[in-house]
Design a protein. Structure first.
Lengths: 571, 171
């Protein structure tokens, strides 16, 4: 029997464990297996194989029973996920329904989750903008959170590394606040977006409207063909999973790549209960999982562990990894774990009508979604009564003209008209939020899920800085739209809960000082050096760029360091 | 099991039953909004059944209740005016009834009391109209024969000259 157990433990021992298969977990697996390590990737949900498990990907609109709408009973039972723009009939199977995985909302928080292989990388909005030093230096300059332990130069080569493989489309815009990357050809701005871009360039100092940079293969390179991916077909049905691999997802890119190496074992249906800490060795030795089908507990062992469970679940796993050495959660001597959760402020948008440009329309679909306005507030110096700033999405659209009301033969014929209506232009804000100790997650003292893991209790809210920033966005964009000659400008603010931005970050933040941070500059737990956290949980501040590209780069950088340390015998 | 009373076949949905008179009214209204011409109309395309499906599956209980209240008022209104059901009205009579629900300021209203229509009555017409048009423009017929919806466009032209618009597919 003893031998059997030893053999069994041996079979469950790998060089590295990756917890989670989403955008950062996929990168961890790819980089680790590329370097020859034997890796097991643990995913709490089911497998989703590229192409095989995209059931709706080639369906026409009329083939959906409710033409895309989610039935009322599903909405009533799952109000949180129903507020997500992408939770529709074509992609609902990739979202966690509220009822399936409850959590505690001490303050309202719309926690949008994708529990399957690939995680939310199947569903993301694919916007990929680099951070600059204005972002990494932000906390130190403006006196919030803690200083980032890295600067742009530390991560720049890793941005390049992941961009080349993932495939990022964009233009070299030459902006200090939004560094250029390794780009495939960008998607062009349309007539109105282009006009607005030129108008802003001429009339505003340090404000720019550029083509949004996105993780689509506008024109693939050999490295993308080698992944089995081909050119993006401009379908804009990405949330269904793309049969062309036209956009970057773990499913289309990093996971099949890692599997092809022969070094990756993928284990779906594996909820990680905790990370096992060995006091004698002074490091983590493995993880304890619950098989969601059998409800059996199993342990897996490895020299290094990458935690990529997605921001809040990464917090949950560390909080639940209690030992004599770490009674308050793994690596949590400082008490910082779970605190300084932040997100992006998406609480306002603006729309307007555009006169003119009748000679132009668009044909086909733009996967980039249109334009992007990098942060222009407080970039070079503090200039407003709020800290930091916001980026803006910017898109113009023109559709066929038809009457909303009426009936009968003429009305019916009008619906088939291919005469174009007027142009419309719209924008939404993406604001940085300030991490605070009072925005935190914790384990619920009593409630547990079906696998005996405590439920996460979320206490995250907006603050005064967010309100001021929202007001400024409305004022600035209204002024810019007015100056551009747009008409009937309507700004709207919403009261959406934090979380619906799906950019939750922090709780396991990086920093120089173990007393005020969890991770060092290599995303390594200060006090448990063989555990790496490289998803959104590791973020010291949020900036306002869409964060996934930065998670990818941090992950590849951390893997490089981890493997180097492993070879030196330091972890 | 669905049951039928002679002359009054009722269709059982999850949240309500629909009698023959109600079925006929919704079918006649949908057909008045999207009539059969040289191309298929609402009934050909099953849009009346689509209205009921969406009312059953994708509509709040309070809105379902309001719909049936509005439907009853619509029925009463037509019977009071023409002494027959909407589906038995002539094309001109149907048009006159629907004109009362148009919001355009210059629209002539046949019914001098139209400004007294209840919220439910207007809501009933609004919902039928929206669902009929939605069902029509998202029907296979419309998306393959009228304004073609492409599964794989394969292109994005940011500057598409409008003079080429007849060659255009969709945005």
């Amino acid at each position: 029997m003893a031998n059997l157990n030893i053999d069994s433990a041996k079979e469950r021992t790998y060089d590295a464990i990756v917890i989670g298969s989403g955008i950062s977990g996929g990168w961890a697996a790819k980089e680790l297996t590329d370097k020859g390590l034997k890796v097991i990737m643990l995913e709490r949900g089911r497998d989703v194989k590229h192409n095989v498990d995209y059931p709706t990907t080639n369906m026409y609109p009329w083939e959906f029973k409710h033409r895309g709408q989610i039935p009322q009973e599903i909405q009533d039972a799952n109000p949180v996920v129903s507020r997500c723009y992408a939770f529709r009939e074509d992609a609902q199977h990739f979202f966690v329904k509220d009822q399936e995985h409850p959590y505690v909302q001490t303050k309202p928080f719309d926690w949008i989750r994708g529990y399957q292989v690939g995680g939310k990388s199947l569903l993301w909005a694919r916007q990929t903008q680099r951070w600059s030093n204005f972002d990494f230096e932000g906390p130190a300059r403006d006196g919030y959170a803690v200083d980032w332990p890295i600067r742009y130069d530390d991560i720049a080569p890793w941005y390049s590394h992941v961009e080349k493989f993932a495939g990022i489309s964009g233009n070299k815009d030459g902006l200090a606040e939004l560094p250029d990357g390794e780009f495939l050809p960008g998607f062009p701005l349309n007539a109105v977006e282009d006009y607005f871009s030129k108008h802003v360039k001429t009339n505003y100092k340090n404000r720019h409207v550029i083509s949004a940079r996105c993780a689509h293969l506008s024109t693939p390179n050999q490295i993308h063909i080698d992944q089995g991916r081909v050119q993006c077909q401009r379908r804009n049905l990405c949330q269904r999973g793309c049969p062309f691999g036209g956009y970057f997802s773990s499913n289309a890119s990093t996971i099949p790549w890692a599997l092809k190496s022969g070094n990756l074992t993928l284990r779906p249906f594996s909820v990680v209960e905790s990370i096992i800490y060995d006091e004698k060795q002074g490091k983590a030795t493995g993880v304890r999982i619950v098989d969601t089908n059998t409800k059996q507990t199993e342990e897996y062992f490895a020299k290094i562990i990458f935690v990529n469970a997605a921001c809040l679940n990464t917090n949950l796993i560390l909080l639940n990894s209690k030992s004599n050495r770490f009674p308050n959660g793994l690596g949590n001597d400082s008490g910082v774990l779970g605190k300084y959760i932040a997100f992006h402020n998406y609480s306002a948008h603006i729309g307007a009508e555009v006169e003119g440009f009748e000679e132009w329309a668009t044909d086909g679909r733009n996967p980039a979604g249109g334009g992007y306005i990098p942060r222009f507030r407080n970039v070079y110096k503090q200039e407003t009564d709020f800290l930091r700033g916001y980026a803006c999405g910017l898109g113009a659209y023109r559709g066929y003209k038809h009457e909303g009301e009426g009936f009968g033969e003429a009305f019916k014929a009008g619906l088939s008209s291919k005469d174009y209506g007027p142009w419309y232009v719209g924008s939404h804000m993406m604001g940085e939020t300030i991490p605070k100790a009072s925005n935190f997650v914790a384990l619920d003292a009593a409630k547990k899920d079906a696998w005996g893991v405590p439920l996460l209790d979320i206490s995250v809210d907006y603050d005064d800085n967010d309100q001021k920033m929202q007001k400024d966005y409305v004022e600035q964009l209204t002024e810019m739209f007015t100056s551009a000659g747009f008409k009937n400008i309507k700004a709207e603010t919403n009261h959406q809960a934090p979380g619906l931005d799906i950019h939750e970050m922090g709780g396991v933040r990086m920093g120089n000082d173990p007393k005020t941070s969890m991770l060092n500059k290599w995303n390594q737990l200060h006090t448990c050096k063989n555990v790496f956290v490289t998803d959104g949980a590791s973020m010291t501040s949020t900036s306002c760029q869409n964060p996934s590209l930065t998670y990818m780069a941090l992950t590849a950088r951390a893997v490089d360091h981890a493997v180097s340390e492993l070879k030196k015998g330091n972890v | 099991m669905p049951y039928c009373t002679p002359g009054k076949p009722t269709v059982h949905y999850t949240h309500f039953d629909v009698n023959l008179e109600q079925q006929n009214l919704v079918a006649a209204l949908a057909e008045t909004i999207i009539p059969k011409t040289t191309s298929p109309g609402a009934i050909d395309l099953g849009l009346d059944k689509f209205v009921w499906l969406m009312l059953d599956d994708c509509t709040k209980k309070s809105d379902q209740d309001a719909f049936f209240k509005g439907l009853g008022e619509f029925n009463d209104l037509v019977k009071k005016t023409y002494n027959k059901s909407f589906s038995d009205c002539t094309k001109d009579e149907k048009a006159a009834v629907l004109n009362n629900f148009q919001n355009k300021p210059d629209q002539k209203k046949a019914d001098p009391a139209e400004d007294k229509y209840s919220k439910e009555l207007r809501g009933f017409y609004g919902r039928i109209h929206w669902l009929t048009v939605f069902g029509y423009t998202e029907s296979k017929y419309f998306m393959t024969k009228e304004i073609v919806w492409e599964l794989v466009p394969g292109r994005y032209n940011a500057y598409f000259p409008v003079k080429n618009l007849k060659a255009s597919k969709n945005g």
